[in-house]
Design a protein around this ligand. Structure first.
Ligand code: F6P
Length: 351
């Protein structure tokens, strides 16, 4: 049996841990040959396929490394036209692949679904720091991102406190507020603004003013997809208008401009950006990624294809790719963490 492995979409702490677990599990349990495809689906799109063999030694010592040893791409889509799709399928045939393990986010799962429909058996492994994959309660990379953002918030708290300022910190997460919500709670933010709840600038200012009166600084944690109520530009609009459709960011600076005239304190904005995606995975993410990789290998060996590994409660499971492609999972408005935030007096910017 010959199995391909690729990582697609933005990188994420824990990708190497998945590659290692898939490879070791397949080598050890069925003696399969494992072929790494380089740079995501781009590795199946050029004149010749870009690959590297994955043996026991090549995946040893990578568990704790950030990034991906195979490289990745969030632009390459072999389904963009018929000729490219045919070429990718021809490359898969020439490599003698019996199946492909595709590790990636919603975009990668959508491509994987299309490739599966063309006849290459696929197992998907969900990856994203955003934690926004449907049917999967926790994706690896999220815990690491939350830890990174929490540490940054703690640092912003001490400088904000020293100067009596209002500190705004912008997190990644696209259309989902999971990172902002969990890191905001962990870092003792006073206000947490999420894409799921349009905020009132006046409500945010009121929280900061009340704290100013008590001689306290404020910390506002805002997810990159958050928008003001009745705001001029929604995330969808910005994405559609952008030459680079996945590049968001800038909401912290916009909020700073709106807040400053309403407050006595100085307002400062920090955009954390890609620091949230880099570095070594936390122990939790190493273990989850290892479980996901091993589970993907089990699905391959059991011949259960065109499915994505998931975590449901404490249990590993899998879902048909068709059910997860082209979708993303936002924070539900009745999520217990939102209730907790409100009940302990953290503002969600609702006026
Ligand atoms: O989906 C992961 C993510 O890091 C988002 O949180 C962010 O909006 C996007 O990727 C950034 O992508 P790029 O790598 O194109 O800057």
């Amino acid at each position: 049996m010959r199995i391909g492995v690729l990582t697609g979409g933005g990188d994420c702490p824990g990708l190497n841990a998945v590659i290692r677990a898939v490879t070791k599990s397949l080598l050890r349990q069925c003696g399969a040959e494992v072929i790494g495809i380089r740079n995501g689906f781009a590795g199946l799109m050029g004149e010749v396929p870009q690959t590297r063999p994955l043996d026991w030694d090549s995946v040893s010592g990578i568990l704790m490394q950030g990034g991906t040893m195979l490289g990745t791409s969030n632009k390459a889509n072999p389904l963009r036209d018929e000729a490219t799709a045919e070429q990718a399928m021809a490359h898969a045939r020439s490599l003698g692949l019996d199946a492909l393990v595709a590790i990636g986010g919603d975009g990668t799962m959508a491509i994987a679904h299309g490739i599966a429909q063309r006849g290459l058996p696929i197992v998907g492994v969900p990856k994203t720091i955003d934690n926004d994959i449907v049917g999967c309660e926790r994706s690896f990379g999220f815990d690491t991102a939350v830890a990174t953002v929490t540490e940054a918030i703690e640092r912003l708290q001490t400088t904000g406190q020293s100067h009596g300022r209002v500190m705004i910190v912008e997190t990644m997460g696209r259309y989902a507020g999971w990172i902002a919500l969990e890191a905001g709670l962990a870092g003792a933010a006073d206000v947490i603004l999420l894409p799921e709840i349009d905020y009132s600038v006046e409500a945010v200012a009121a929280v900061c003013r009340e704290r100013e009166r008590r001689g306290r600084h404020s910390l506002v944690c805002i997810g990159e997809g958050a928008k003001p109520r009745g705001g001029a530009m929604t995330v969808e609009r910005r994405v559609a208008d952008s030459p680079d459709p996945v590049r968001l960011g800038g909401v912290a600076h916009a909020l700073r401009e709106q807040l400053q005239p309403l407050l006595e304190s100085e307002v400062r904005a920090t955009v954390l950006g890609h620091v949230q995606r880099g570095g070594t995975p936390t122990p939790f993410d190493r273990v989850l990624a290892t479980q996901f990789g091993n589970e993907a290998a089990q699905l391959v060996m059991a011949g259960q294809f065109n499915r994505m590994v998931t975590l449901q409660g404490e249990r590993l499971a899998s879902l048909p790719l068709a059910e997860v492609a082209h979708q993303s999972r936002q924070v539900p408005l009745d999520h217990p963490l939102l209730r907790t935030a409100r009940q302990i007096g953290v503002s969600l910017g609702e006026g």
